[in-house]
Design a protein around this ligand. Structure first.
Ligand SMILES: Cc1cc2nc3c(=O)[nH]c(=O)nc-3n(C[C@H](O)[C@H](O)[C@H](O)COP(=O)(O)OP(=O)(O)OC[C@H]3O[C@@H](n4cnc5c(N)ncnc54)[C@H](O)[C@@H]3O)c2cc1C
Length: 599
């Protein structure tokens, strides 16, 4: 049975060489986070994950969270104690600004910490993930009173947070939200309505839960411009900060799901007994706008789920492939049966899993570094450029990484043969758990629309073309690579970048006159961007690895492996870009032609 091992070498390489942690450590507020400190944090997270979180992953899958009497969720055995340890070790506030009681580590470093939680226990990690989302909402627009009352407890992990957006008739389209918020004349509101699919809507970890809820006031205009954001605590909080009366909000049922069984997905009922007391965040009717500002962080966090699950699935598959003996080596005459890792097709799957995981990690951490620069770089132009890059990359980190995690966890099952279908090995759990990641926090279709519409179409492709130009410029650098591997990587990257440019120009040119045709290719377009952008990072990695090998010293096995995974990615993933270009630019007719009644 495989145990999770933090991929420390790759994490260090990505932080140091691709995200340039030395540059991040020069930014105001990040001076204490050099590479050694960052790696010490990551190692600690890894130990906690391996010792405390991973042993509960299967327990949570087999003994899901349940709803007990009094609308109280009871978490799977061991989870409450693990959460206590997680909180006491200070992990709940690691990414939060020190101004609000957190440790404020750079996003690039936190990306790896988050990956570790997702690898070890995806379902457990969702509670802190949602709490951080709620903290950000309060940091962003909460009044000083709301901040003072809720933030310290949430940052310390003493209370958790939730995000209540979805309703039965309002999923991707939040303009349809119907939950009501009636002003009481004393600054508070009474909230009435039903929210569905609310992650950690209730739990038994903490004595209070802070729900962030989207609702409409009676005078609100229709649609997206009439939605406001409220804090609705499970228990009201007295002036002195102590816990008061139970509020009129409860979990009325839990969903039975395909995966993440330990994560309670709640139907939440507000206002059965006179109305839940809620406090407005920011101004009325601007709730969705606040949500949009926070969305980048939330989508980025879900993208990391794809990476964490892929890493874990890869490690499990690699361990199994070394142990399982079956069939002779096709290249040897006679001889005994061999471990299945000797079979070329098993190696293909393992290399596919590993190279895609490394590519996703590289893209996410480089994007994390850009988030750090967008917030703290003293130079305004650099901040703006970084922000534009981040906006473009977010749908890729979310949409492409979670989409890719489906292939990786699928191969994880396949490597195990029949045992992959049997729950005992754990491969099936990764496959099932990964399935939600392309759905919540905006489906892949919604990410792809965001990329091709808001991020590219509407701004005439300014940022996209500037990023493509950077990729093209990198070709001269890549030409310094001397080995056959580097030459092959360069050739594939050049073709991919050319496909990316021509497809992006096609989308820009057709956005105004054939918008349905352009949107018909949105998901293949997202894949084309995801593969090329991460292939660019893999090519950078391969070049650095070759240079380190040439100068001697360091871990030569690691550098050679990095070149091998980059080469594999070039020949197997970058090579798909020509087909993706065709799907986008020529595929809309086939997608849209058939009359609706023929379906
Ligand atoms: C386990 C789980 C946990 C969740 N946790 C939370 C939570 O904590 N808080 C919360 O508020 N919500 C949560 N959700 C809800 C989640 O965010 C929604 O399910 C998701 O946004 C999709 O909405 P929907 O299910 O209504 O699907 P729909 O919006 O009905 O979508 C159905 C299909 O139509 C497609 N589609 C819709 N609109 C478009 C379009 N414009 N263009 C192209 N395709 C489109 C979608 O991509 C999808 O394939 C959770 C859901 C699940 C299953």
């Amino acid at each position: 049975m495989s145990t999770y091992a933090t991929p420390l070498k790759d994490m260090e390489f990505v932080l140091k060489e691709l995200a340039r942690i030395d540059e991040i450590a020069k930014l105001p507020g990040y001076e204490d986070t050099d590479l050694d400190t960052a790696m010490a944090i990551i190692e600690e997270a890894g130990k906690f994950a391996t010792n405390v979180l991973e042993p509960l992953n299967r327990t949570g899958d087999q003994q899901p969270a349940r709803l007990a009497k009094g609308n109280q969720v009871v978490m799977p055995p061991g989870f409450k104690e693990a959460y206590r340890q997680f909180r006491e070790a200070g992990w709940t506030g690691v990414s939060i600004d020190p101004e609000h009681g957190g440790q404020g580590i750079p996003v690039a470093v936190n990306t790896l910490v988050e990956e570790i939680w997702r690898s070890a226990n995806h379902a457990f990690s969702l509670c802190p993930l949602l709490t951080v989302g709620a903290i950000h909402a309060l940091e962003l627009r909460g009044s000083p009173e709301l901040q003072a009352r809720y933030l310290p407890k949430m940052v310390a992990g003493e209370w958790t947070g939730t995000m209540n957006l979805t309703e039965p008739q309002a999923g991707s389209d939040l303009a349809l939200v119907r939950t009501r918020a009636e002003p009481q004349g004393d600054g508070t509101y009474r909230i009435f309505g039903t929210k569905i699919f609310i992650t950690y809507g209730d739990q038994d970890y903490t004595d209070n839960i802070v729900h962030l809820v989207l609702a409409r006031t009676p005078t609100a205009p229709e649609g997206v411009k009439g939605i406001s954001l409220f804090v609705v605590p499970k228990f009201l909080v007295n002036e002195d900060g102590t816990i008061g009366k139970r509020n009129d909000v409860k979990a009325v049922s839990l969903e039975h799901k395909m995966g993440i069984h330990a994560s309670p997905t709640c139907v939440m009922q507000y206002g059965d007994a006179g109305g839940a007391i809620g406090y407005l965040v920011g101004e009325e009717n601007r709730g969705l706008e606040y949500m949009f500002i926070m969305m980048n962080a939330a989508r980025f966090a879900v993208g990391i789920e794809g990476i964490g699950l892929s890493e874990r699935a890869y490690q499990r598959a690699a361990a199994y492939a070394k142990e399982r003996v079956q069939s002779k080596d096709v290249g040897e005459k006679g001889g005994a049966s061999v471990p299945i890792i000797r079979h070329p097709d098993i190696r293909r799957m393992l290399m596919s899993m590993r190279s895609q995981t490394e590519a996703m990690r590289a893209l996410a951490v480089v994007t994390g570094a850009a988030i750090d620069h967008s917030k703290r770089n003293p130079d305004e132009e650099t901040r703006n450029r970084a922000r534009a890059f981040v906006d473009l990359m977010i749908p890729l980190v979310k949409g492409w990484s979670t989409d890719t995690a489906q292939n990786v966890t699928y191969d994880g099952v396949q490597v195990h043969g029949g045992m992959g279908f049997i729950e005992e090995t754990g491969a099936a759990q990764h496959y099932r758990d990964a399935r939600i990641t392309t759905i919540y926090e905006g489906t892949t279709g919604i990410q792809a629309n965001d990329l091709i519409g808001r991020k590219i179409g509407r701004e005439g492709g300014r940022t996209a073309l500037a990023v493509i130009a950077e990729m093209e410029k990198f070709d001269a650098e890549l030409a310094k690579g001397t080995s056959d591997d580097l030459k092959a990587i360069r050739a594939q990257l050049a073709k991919a970048v050319e496909a990316l440019r021509s497809t992006t120009e096609w989308a820009i040119a057709n956005f105004g006159n054939d918008v349905r045709g352009v949107f018909a290719g949105a998901v293949p377009f997202l894949r084309l961007w995801g593969i090329t952008a991460s292939g660019w990072q893999m090519a950078r990695a391969a070049l650095i690895a070759e240079q380190r090998l040439a100068s001697g010293g360091g871990d030569s096995t690691f550098y050679r492996s990095k070149i091998a995974t980059a080469r594999f990615f070039a020949d197997h993933s970058l090579a798909q870009t020509a087909a993706l270009r065709h799907q986008v630019t020529a595929g809309s007719r086939g997608t849209l032609e058939m009359p609706e009644e023929a379906f």
